[in-house]
Write a protein that binds this ligand. Sequence first.
Ligand SMILES: [Zn+2]
Length: 349
Amino acid sequence: MSCRGWPSCDHSRASYAMEFSRHVLTAEMLDPGTKRLVRSSIDVRIDPLTGHSSRIVSERGLMPSSDFDLAAFARENQPRCPFCPERIESLTPRLPSSVHPDGRIACGEAILFANLHAYSSHSCVSVYSPRLHYLPLREMTERLLADNLLTQVAHAKAVFAADPQSRWASINANHMLPSGSSLFHPHLQGIVDSQPTTLQRMLAEVPAARFEGYLRAERRAGERYLGDTGRIEWLVSFAPIAPAELRAFIRGISSPVELDEELAVELAHGLALALGAYAEMGFESFNLALYGAPPGLDGYPLNLRLAARSNLRAFYRSDSTFLERLHWEGAVDLVPETITERIGGRFRS
Ligand SMILES: [Zn+2]
């Protein structure tokens, strides 16, 4: 296992001296109106787990609230939607019988099927419900989320049984077009593969003591810690890759296949709280990744990232720029500690 040069990294030590590493850069310019010298600061932060860096810039309205008529757009594109009740049976691919004899997996209203456009050996899509072509974030209930998560868990378990080489499972979401979704109808996506993604690999290489130190330091600092819902801890990212980024950590399990129904419901509860907060902040598009490692990976807490994306509107600005895409550097104008204040005490009640 590589530690990639962490100064305080020593596997023989029981704990880490956890630091929230940051440095502030100052930029100068002459104001075009007053001609006076103006200074601005850029808060560069290093993620305590993977070491990537992120730039927090002055808030300047880069993520405006949604003013798009999503309901009208939903009515316009619904007649062609393959995930709606009239077409889901005939237009979505079934899972191979080697993975699941029924070809589809249902739980409550959620239905899971094979992804028409595969991104891994085992790619699947699961809708919250065929009837919910339009599902604004304020209407994302714990039940809808739990049932959809449980179809994903069942799929990952079925793949593990059918293909023992595939041990890396993740549950993901592109919600609304700005997040990368090619279809309007809300859904989750699962990837189960023999190969981890870059971040699955990087996170799986983080020593257990570093995860523990990070959570302990965030609990103690309190500036970004949101609370726990029982077995799952939630916080705002210190060095976000994307806007309004939240993280959750589930100790004791390392893969989505180890989520039992009770824990899936608890995770859904936290997600419903988080998405409700996003709705209050005016967001309607998000990405989600639940980064699974192989089951039983000692000390690895199954963890997720949830991030808001730009809102849909004509000529909208993408929140993903050359920094995120080509430098792997987050750049946001939403200060993590301000996001913590706006989410408030909902995870502590
Ligand atoms: Zn639809």
